[in-house]
Design a protein around this ligand. Structure first.
Ligand code: HSE
Length: 437
């Protein structure tokens, strides 16, 4: 049997402790699968004395993750610290520089510095695996990087944040407040250290940026993502969506268009009957559309210690099985020099259907004024209804519009016009509708 693979784990929070536990509990099975043992040789975390429910006393302790990253007692450095700068970035760089393979669950780091790190991994001839960085336990990276060679991807989209999906699911099912759901997600260990990263869409955007690169063979462009979170979604939207045959999901979507690549993260109406609308709670789902394969949808647990540990351990096992000359392909599916420059499609050109919810003063001519603004913007309406769900009063009413396919520019022009007309009591709510099978 080959020599043991020696792993150093930096970060022993929910995920790090789960990884250490799985590597210990499944040691015999992993040895059979990989043909060698995997041992946790070193660990690093902030607090040595904390009880994490897993025994890591056999591993050498490092107060400084960078020292662990450089240590010649490891073959693989597992970065579970988090954050796109600081100790996470420095330690991953140090590990690659030292010629160690790296496994990370850090989507923010890859979204921001992925190209630099991939280049370094290529230069050093080591692996940089990051299955856990996107959609938790779902093996979407392996699928896109290895199993879909030869496919031309036209669209990739998905529910990439367990916290948001958990919140939206419970808001719909139980009619409870956003805040209450968020608290529970934090208690259950789904949310990021700063939950605004979840609810304002940044976490989804980081994951989408990685998927976009894999999908289109383009350089990562995390700063070119249109971003809207879910904090503005109300019970009124959820109820109206349900009555119209839609469900609201926070989606990350990347589409190849005639003018470039569209990357966007926003609350989205998907048909209630679609498969992605059935994805509830902390579950994630990623759909990929290609010329050869058609549409593929993978769903599974997207957050939490065990789901993330499953992906991290899979990445470590891949390294244990790899042999020089038989390693897996480049980090983003093709060598860094083969990644094309990212060409951004303007959000104003986005084409699709829209849901628009307006709270208006109840007076004669309001419907007519709204309809005129829509017509002036060449928007064809699928429906316009005065909608009453019990929140309307004698003085104000809710009007819901659903458009046929139009453009973002047309909708913005129409909504600006309606706002200027002075009929609105409240800010208009605009939610994009996404085609989904
Ligand atoms: N906070 C993330 C989520 C965890 O809720 O999906 C995994 O990135």
């Amino acid at each position: 049997m080959s020599e043991a693979l020696r792993v150093g784990i930096a970060g022993l929070g929910t995920v790090g402790a789960s990884v250490a536990r799985v590597l210990s509990d499944k040691a015999a099975e992993l040895t059979r699968q990989c043909g060698r043992t995997i041992v946790v040789a070193g660990v690093s975390a902030r607090d040595k004395s904390r009880d994490r429910g897993v025994d890591v006393s056999g591993a050498q302790w490092f107060d400084d993750p960078i020292e662990l990253a450089k240590w010649d007692g490891i073959d693989v450095f597992v970065e579970l610290i988090g954050g796109d700068e600081g100790a996470a970035r420095s330690s991953v760089k140090a590990a690659l520089e030292a010629g160690h393979h790296v496994v990370t669950a850090n989507k923010a780091l890859l979204a921001k510095h992925g190209l630099e790190l991939a280049g370094l991994a290529e230069k050093k001839g080591v692996l940089l695996n990051y299955e856990a960085a996107v959609a938790g336990g779902i093996p979407i990276i392996k699928t896109m990087r290895e199993a879909m060679a030869g496919n031309t991807v036209t669209r990739v989209f998905g529910i990439l944040n367990g916290t948001c999906n958990y919140i939206l699911t419970r808001m719909e099912a139980e009619g409870i407040s956003f805040e209450e759901c968020l608290k529970d997600a934090q208690r259950l260990g789904y949310a990021e250290a700063d939950p605004t990263f979840d609810i304002e869409g940044q976490d989804t955007a980081h994951k989408l940026a990685i998927l976009t690169s894999l999908a289109f063979g383009s350089k990562i462009a995390a700063d070119d993502i249109y971003l809207e979170g879910i904090s503005n979604i109300t019970q009124a939207d959820i109820r109206a969506a349900s009555e119209l045959g839609y469900r609201i999901k926070l989606l990350g979507v990347a589409v190849r268009t005639e003018t470039g690549i569209e990357q966007r993260v926003h609350p989205t109406m998907v048909p209630t009957a679609s498969v992605i609308a059935q994805v509830h709670g902390v579950t994630n789902a990623v759909a990929v559309e290609t010329d050869i394969l058609g549409e593929l949808l993978l769903s599974g647990p997207g957050a939490g210690g065990n789901a993330t540990a499953s992906a991290v351990v899979g990445d470590v096992a891949d390294i244990a099985k790899s042999r020089p000359g038989f390693q897996h392909g480049p980090v983003f599916g093709r060598p860094v020099k083969e990644l094309s420059p990212y060409k951004k499609a303007r959000m104003r050109s986005h084409a699709g259907g829209y849901f628009i919810r307006l709270t208006v003063h109840d007076r004669i001519g309001v419907f007519a004024a709204i309809a005129k603004r829509m017509a002036d913007s060449d928007i064809s309406l699928e429906s316009i209804v005065q909608h009453s769900d019990g929140t309307d009063t004698a003085a104000q009413k809710t009007v819901i519009l659903v458009t046929h396919e139009t453009t973002e520019a047309a909708v913005r022009k129409a909504v600006d016009g309606i706002t200027k007309d002075g009929h609105l009591v409240d800010k208009p709510q605009v939610i994009r509708i996404e085609r989904a099978a």
